[in-house]
Design a protein around this ligand. Structure first.
Ligand code: CO
Length: 293
């Protein structure tokens, strides 16, 4: 598929905005600063520019790899030694840019460099005809040669309109085959490097959800949750975004009845450290254009 100019421009505009906001947001990650304040300030930068978030700003600490964000009234602060992943999604008219970086408040420079180098190696390998498995091999090699493990059960993903999890899936480890990359595809590559097991598991805590069924709810608190969820058009939202009280009951009811899908915080083993780097790109005739650089 060759994209028309309007679509292409929306992806590029979202990418340019995401790049600027990610840099400014990551600059707010400082020892002693509050997580909630940093998250709200960064999310506001997107809406103040007239764009929308593709998902709540993910800020994940240390062994957490993804899907954490500020809780309502969150009192966590950034501390010396923390390794902080900041993952931002911006959408313009449903066309998404997804980009992430890792802020090191400790002595994790080689680990940060591992995911960054893996991302660059994969981007350099993108062209029509290459397979997703080959991109995964480039990621794995770059991380392992620096003495770390790639996180095998997290992947890059296609970005369709209002859809964060389209095709192709880009693994962070070598595999045979996988999707064949084609001109015009838009996807995010997001290597994670870890000092832990190389596999993430789900925590009990859930901050991020998305609506997956259009059924109505009767419970007032569930109705209120759906008022936040519905305008997202299937894109994720944060528990923190739902106003009022009894939000927990509303969320639990909607998950139980299959109306919401939860995204629990994902983490490697306690005491480990995970780094992440991510860009969104459009595949061209002979390579790719990175929208978020
Ligand atoms: Co992503």
């Amino acid at each position: 598929m060759i994209m028309d100019d309007v679509v292409y421009d929306a992806y590029r505009e979202a990418g340019a905005l995401a790049r600027r906001v990610l840099r400014r947001g990551a600059g707010l990650v400082k020892e002693g600063a509050g997580l909630l304040e940093m998250v709200e300030a960064t999310e506001a930068m997107v809406t103040e520019e007239g764009a929308l978030l593709a998902f709540p700003l993910n800020v994940s600490f240390n062994e957490a790899a993804a899907h954490d964000t500020a809780m309502p009234g969150d009192e966590r602060t950034f501390a010396r030694g923390d390794l902080v992943k900041v993952d931002l999604g911006v959408q313009i008219d449903g066309y998404i840019a997804d980009t992430a970086m890792t802020v090191d408040l400790g002595d994790h420079a080689p680990l940060v460099e591992a995911s960054r180098a893996a991302l660059e190696a994969a981007i350099a390998a993108v062209r029509p005809g290459v397979t997703a498995g080959e991109l995964g091999a480039a990621i794995q090699a770059a991380i392992e040669e620096r003495g770390y493990k790639p996180v095998a059960n997290l992947t890059g993903h296609g970005l369709d309109r209002y859809n964060l999890h389209g095709k192709p899936t880009i693994p962070n480890v070598a595999m045979s085959g996988g999707a064949v990359i084609e001109e015009g595809m838009v996807f995010a590559i997001e290597p994670f490097a870890t000092t832990g097991s190389g596999k993430v598991v789900e925590a009990a805590r859930v901050e991020i959800y998305r609506q997956v069924a259009a059924r109505p709810a009767r419970l007032p608190s569930a109705k209120r949750v759906l008022e936040t969820a519905r305008p997202r058009r299937g894109l994720p939202f944060a528990r923190r975004w739902v106003p009022g009280d009894k939000v927990e009951i509303g969320l639990a009811t909607l998950v139980r009845t299959g109306i919401l899908h939860p995204f629990p915080v994902l983490h490697d083993v306690p005491g480990s450290f995970v780094s992440q780097a991510e860009h969104t790109l459009i595949v061209t005739a002979d390579g790719c254009e990175v929208t978020t650089r």
